[in-house]
Design a protein around this ligand. Structure first.
Ligand code: NDP
Length: 234
């Protein structure tokens, strides 16, 4: 059955790969985009996750176009990397506002309809490096691990109504975000990665598709690593 899917930060990178994978399954997919134009062939809604009004308007637009959201992929995220003593309040706050509060806001907007429908799928985008710790990424790692406590609390709150809440923890994936990594850091991380290569956005999308699908009907509160073995799922 075709479901109403909404993906934040769906205009590029992992979000776009998820949008393509879900659309290929026949779902009605709305792509949240903060800037620029939506990718061709998708229903795009402007959605700045740090702005409550933008999130509310995006959900209203998605609902009007394709019905209440059955599947939310809270994917939008940023980095503002620097070492602790150089990290100013803005670098910390911006990452929190996007990666944690933005997720809270979008999940809350989606959950009401899912509870009423007595079913739904919520998938949050964490990071394997969050669990391992990553120099220069204290702000980012703090938000990405926080998503697990958030997801697991909601797994309890929403489970009795058939709504699952799961987390994907990618390792290093080739997108614009990881273009910022120095060669040295990339080599260091690859040494910690048994498969010895970065992953692709499509490989992450496959995990999201599983968690969002019927096959994962008995999976909630889980963290699914997609990191070529980095951290072995820690
Ligand atoms: P990209 O930088 O390629 O894309 C990030 C997406 O998030 C863009 O669509 C961007 O929109 C959107 N976004 C950022 N801030 C906001 C905001 N405030 N409101 C709405 N949308 C926003 O990153 P990836 O595709 O690599 O990352 C996607 C997710 O996966 C992130 O949460 C990231 O932390 C996570 N991740 C990525 C890994 C990797 O190695 N690439 C590894 C582990 C996790 P815009 O185009 O307007 O900037």
């Amino acid at each position: 059955m075709s479901r109403s899917v909404f993906i934040t930060g769906g205009n590029r990178g992992i979000g776009l790969a998820v949008a393509r994978a879900m659309a290929a399954d026949g779902d009605r997919v709305a792509v949240g985009h903060r800037s620029g134009e939506p990718p061709e062939g998708f229903f795009g809604v402007r959605c700045e996750v740090t702005d409550p009004e933008s999130v509310a308007a995006a959900f209203a637009a998605v609902t009007a176009e394709q019905g209440p959201v059955d599947v939310l992929v809270a994917n939008a995220g940023i980095t503002r990397d620097t070492l602790l003593l150089r990290m100013d309040d803005a670098a910390f706050d911006e990452v929190l506002a996007t990666n944690l509060q933005g997720v809270f806001r979008t999940v809350r907007a989606a959950a009401g309809g899912m509870l009423a429908a007595r079913g739904g799928r919520i998938v949050l985008m964490s990071s394997a490096l969050g669990f391992l710790g990553s120099p220069g990424q204290a702000n980012y790692a703090a938000t990405k691990t926080a998503l697990v406590g958030f997801a697991r609390s909601l797994a309890w709150e929403l489970g009795s109504r058939g709504v699952t809440v799961n987390v994907v923890a990618p390792g290093i994936i080739e997108t614009d975000m990881t273009k910022q990594l120095t060669d040295r850091r990339m080599k260091d991380v690859m040494r910690m990665t048994p498969l010895g290569r970065p992953g692709t956005a499509e490989e992450v999308a496959a995990a999201v598709r599983f968690l969002a699908g019927e096959s994962a009907s008995y999976v909630t509160g889980a963290v699914l690593p997609v990191g070529g073995g980095i951290g072995m799922g820690i």
